[in-house]
Design a protein around this ligand. Structure first.
Ligand code: MN
Length: 338
């Protein structure tokens, strides 16, 4: 079978390797059908991921068909369409014990710490399988994982229809957050420095957008919210973003961080104390696949246009080169194995 190996940063190789074999009686063999390319995959490829190890088979937005099952497998059958959970947790540590395996102390993420889905077949435990409705196209289903990240963030923030949510950044993550937060009925305000992204945010139903390069963000937020947003989500992640959000967010508000930024952010502790701000991280997703699959299947989240390019898996190296070339038409690439 074909396998795309990131031997080390910036070195991708398309290899011919043996199909992996089931090891445990609860393992399944998944024949890959589609795999998304995420910004974090590009970081792993470039060598700028703070967590990845090499050599690595990337791919954590991975969907396929069950090709073989171990003798004790009960959750899935051969032929089921599945999305593979990106999280492998130990079940023993404190976060695992309190039901938060996404931040397991021994966390392994497929495609990051262990091999993922940029290969024609993958073996994983049955517990990682989430069944997809057969009518959902594989190349659309790659959007489930990135959307689960947005659902997690909204859950961490505890967003309700009472909230005014400010999303800093209208890139891929910001747009997923808009779609997720709209389901919770929150009022949404989005800022970015690129008008085109703000126009896309408007198309997704956001009534108030602010170009923070051209307009005074703090003044505009004051105008639109009086007391400031009750929830702010950082979908931009630069050293100044967290201090900015401690300024802009309403007293008693919540701030969600999502970036893997390892540069320090100079935050004044006084602002957190004086406003009793809750600053919460949001990582990966905790048990969100079922909800996201249902939202897509019921048409609550628009699927059209999310994937901008479908590229055959055999041309995956070309796909990464194309991203490097700065092709702005690329919003989301789904590698197709069919
Ligand atoms: Mn992703």
């Amino acid at each position: 079978m074909k396998q795309l190996l990131t031997e080390k940063p910036k070195v991708l190789k398309m290899l011919e390797v043996d199909v992996p074999r089931i090891k445990k009686s609860t393992d399944v063999l998944v024949q890959m059908k589609a795999a998304g390319i995420c910004g974090s995959d590009v970081h792993i490829y470039h060598g700028t991921s703070p967590v990845a190890t090499y050599p690595r088979v990337m791919g954590h937005e991975i969907v396929g068909v069950i090709a073989e099952i171990g003798k004790d497998v009960t959750k899935v059958q051969i032929g089921d369409h599945v999305i593979v959970d990106q999280i492998v947790s130990c079940g023993e540590c404190y976060p695992c014990k309190i039901g938060r395996p996404n931040i397991c102390c021994n966390l392994k993420v497929r495609g990051v710490h262990i091999d993922g889905g940029y290969q024609e077949y993958l073996v994983a435990g049955e517990e990682a399988m989430h069944i997809l409705p057969p009518q959902l196209a594989f190349t659309d289903a790659v959007m489930i994982e990135p959307m689960s990240i947005a659902f997690q963030s909204c859950a961490r923030a505890g967003i309700t229809q009472e909230d005014t949510l400010f999303i800093l950044g209208a890139g891929a993550l910001g747009k997923s957050l808009i779609k997720a937060a709209r389901l919770r009925g929150a009022r949404i305000i989005v800022s970015d420095v690129v008008d085109e992204r703000l126009a896309e945010a408007k198309d997704l139903g956001v009534s108030v957008v602010i170009n923070s390069k051209k307009e005074d963000l703090a003044a505009k937020l004051k105008e639109y919210t009086t007391w400031g947003p009750t929830v702010s989500i950082d979908a931009a992640g630069f050293p100044g973003s967290l201090p900015l959000l401690t300024d802009l967010t309403c007293n008693a508000g919540r701030i969600i961080t999502m970036a893997f930024l390892d540069e320090p952010s100079p935050v004044q502790q006084f602002k957190i104390t004086a406003k009793e701000l809750d600053i919460r991280g949001s990582r990966l997703q905790n048990n969100k696949f079922t909800e996201v699959i249902a939202a897509y299947t019921q048409g609550k989240i628009p699927i059209e246009g999310a994937v901008s390019h479908v590229i055959p898996f055999a041309e995956a190296i070309h796909a990464f080169n194309r991203i490097d070339s700065g092709d702005t038409s690329i919003k989301k690439i789904a590698l197709s194995f069919e």
